[in-house]
Design a protein around this ligand. Structure first.
Ligand SMILES: *Cc1c(COP(=O)(O)O)cnc(C)c1O
Length: 360
């Protein structure tokens, strides 16, 4: 196998879902699977979560919603709810109806045209301070006159939930409670992954769990889900003073062994890992050895400093691991690259093979 492949730990995925359920025991736990299940893949993720009892899925686009519906039909899962964050275009209405998908309505136009027809229930999003999507709270009185049966739930999204001390958290929550009072018979939804960690007043009837499922939240009971295994393509020895890769950005301070592995930015390994990322080599007995990225990340390959790697480990190895838990997984890697776990995961190209490991 000369291509990188994504390893997905199904047991950890399910354990993470259970952890979040435990943290929001009074809520129905929806799974956010937009962007191809955060880059992990709809196919491995959605049926597993359904098997764990998940009956509410959030996606970004109608296409994704239809894909989730079909996937679950194939697995014989009884009619879960599927909500589309992007809302709808008028010409898409028949598809929403055919697949019984809930649009998330967030503009006055979308709201009035959806509810002027007989189109089934929808979700309504309120802007309580993120100023990205959602209806203005000034419309709450007017919208509250709608038949509550037509509102599957009302939701808002927190802008700074990953910073528990941010004043926006309390402000947005208060604002939303104020709106929700006008909808006493309509279920609510506030928290995504980080919002759930803020405590029960940030949950609502439905929570929307995204990144925590995939191991991208630092919490003792959230486990890493994704690793990338990349094939070792070449080994070479260079002299002190010789450089590695494009731009000669790394100059070896000593005679070095450089390992070239098949995982580059075209596969989803960000170029900002140049001279700062790390991989790991693992032998069958579990011994691990860190290999720092040296030089720039290229399109299909990355170069690692393997100078200190013991010969015995080298002889045994045919691939290296990126985002290994021992190196802090996607969370520490994201810090190194100056980004967030979300971007690392969703950068993984859908064309990479997905290997499902674990018994879940
Ligand atoms: C992506 C998204 C989520 C999930 O957020 P996580 O931080 O990944 O849990 C929830 N709600 C909305 C509106 C989103 O766009």
């Amino acid at each position: 196998m000369r291509l990188p492949r994504v390893h997905i730990d199904t047991e950890s995925l399910i354990a993470n879902y259970r952890t979040m359920q435990g943290l929001a025991p009074a809520s129905v736990c929806g799974a956010v699977v937009k962007a191809n299940g955060y880059g992990v893949g709809l196919l491995p993720v959605v049926p597993l979560l359904a098997g764990a009892g998940c009956r509410l899925f959030y996606v970004a686009s109608l296409d994704e919603g239809v894909a989730v519906r079909r996937l679950l039909q194939n697995y014989g899962v009884p009619t879960p709810d599927i909500a589309v964050f992007h809302g709808y275009l008028p010409e898409e209405i028949p598809v929403y109806k055919q697949y019984a998908i809930l649009p998330v309505l967030k503009t006055p136009q979308a709201l009035s045209s959806w509810f002027s027809g007989d189109h089934g229930p929808a979700v309504v999003e309120w802007d309580t301070g993120m100023h990205r999507c959602g209806l203005s709270p000034a419309l709450a009185e007017e919208v509250s006159l709608l038949d509550p049966q037509r509102l599957h739930h009302i939701m808002t999204h927190l802008a700074a939930a990953d910073d528990p001390d941010h004043p926006l958290n309390v402000q947005q929550k208060e604002y939303f409670i104020h709106i929700a009072r006008l909808f006493p018979r309509v279920p609510t939804s506030i928290g995504a992954s980080h919002g759930i960690l803020l405590g029960p007043e940030y949950h609502g009837r439905y929570v929307r769990i995204g990144i925590a499922l995939y191991g991208g939240v630092a919490h003792p009971d959230i486990h890493p889900v994704v690793q990338v295994h990349a094939p070792i393509l070449e080994m070479r020895t260079i002299a002190a003073g010789q450089s590695v890769g494009y731009g000669a950005s790394y100059v070896a301070p000593r005679p070095s062994r450089i390992m070239t592995v098949g995982f580059g930015y075209a596969d989803g390994y960000l170029r900002s890992f140049s001279n700062t990322g790390q991989a790991l080599i693992q032998t069958k007995d579990g011994t691990c050895f860190d290999l720092p990225v040296v030089g720039r990340v290229s399109m299909d390959v990355t170069t690692l400093d393997a100078t200190d790697l013991p010969e015995s480990m080298m002889a045994e190895a045919d691939n290296v691991v990126f985002y290994h838990p021992q190196q802090g997984g996607i969370i520490d890697a994201a810090h190194r690259a100056g980004t967030i776990p979300y971007e690392l995961l969703t950068s993984l190209q859908p064309t990479l093979a997905r290997w499902v490991v674990g018994d879940a």
